[in-house]
Design a protein around this ligand. Sequence first.
Ligand SMILES: [Zn+2]
Length: 445
Amino acid sequence: MDLPPPRRIRSVRKRLSADGLHDLVRAAFRELPDQRHDGTTISVADALMSAFAMFSLKDPSLLAFDERRHDKNLHNLYGIDHVPSDTQMREILDPVDPEQLRPIFGDVFRELQRGKALESFVFYKGCYLLLLDGTGYFSSQHIHCDSCLQKKNKQTGEVTYQHQLLGVALVHPDHREVIPLAPESIVQQDGNTKNDCERNAAKRLLRKIRKEHPRLKFIVVEDGLASNAPHIRELKALHMHFILGAKPGDHEFLFDQVIAAFEKDRVTTMSWKLDDGYAEVSFINNVPLNESNQDLLVNFLHYVEYGPDGKERKVFTWVTDLKIMRSNAPLFVRGGRARWKIENETFNTLKNQGYHYEHNYGHGKQHLSVVFAMLMMLAFLVDQTQQLSCPLFKAVWEKLRSKRALWDNLRSHFRHFIFESMKHLYEVILYGLAKELPAPVFDTS
Ligand SMILES: [Zn+2]
């Protein structure tokens, strides 16, 4: 006979289910200050939870969500007392400081820690891979707000307004899921280029992450823009390890040093067979990063993949502070190559798997656009958490085979029947019980 799991495991599992996570997010929204004194019936918490529900249900627009205003499920499944109209939602959320939403990502993260879901993400000696990548989600010649990036066309003088977010996630090469942390908005800095803006955002973001997670051990994985001396010194000061892309064009001195070392037989090389072709790595520890920072030593890792015809297929080079040995070189290659995961599994998922990352839900004059982007990332974190830790969610996903089918089913069930909880809704989809449910009576008052 199967014994039920002990109470502690049951309660952790419950907290990592959709209902548990919605409770947690709602409780955090209720903690946020509400400075309006105009006797409004709709609280900031209700407005935030409504926007969260919109992203959680993957509604393509605020108008589509507005059609749900009288749906009892929004109360039953998301705990919303008063659902705002689309105009009210925009008005209430525009002045909300996006920074206030950061701690909620930490609340979910701690639940994952308690549920032991993070253990399998450890990559090397107790460290987690932390991936950063910036991407745009808004661009317009007309609509803009206080937080917009501005790009001026040098010839025409025409200004384009943009929003970009520096996303960050914990990943592991063996896992499909990623665990996003609170992202950082890439904002205008006077006279700086776009790349400077992203570098500055990375600096702010990594400092915040170190403050929010003082004891976690990280290996930061970034592209070639990051492998410069000031950034590497910053990472060292934050006690973060790194694996950073390095291009020959940006690091002529470094590559010359490695070639000279190679000629003296000081570079270690090793190769192994692949299913179709073979891989080769070369590495050397303790080489100066560049001519003007000769005191800053890095370890150099070069990877080449050859096809069955012996032709070069892929080439990557990284610099790292982790000591490279024959035993760990192939693992570090996997770590460096995990970079595509943030692009593929995070941003492309948000753009193409039902989240409508680039849709414009409303821009506002102050923070609305950034608040919406943060809430969408939070909804994504909640989904990824369920995918990692909730057996019921996984069973429904397996039954429907694709995320798109899962979100479609979720929305159509949500629209046509009344449920007591997310668990109830998932069970009805999983066991095909919809036909046995009573037809809903809509309150259209
Ligand atoms: Zn803007």
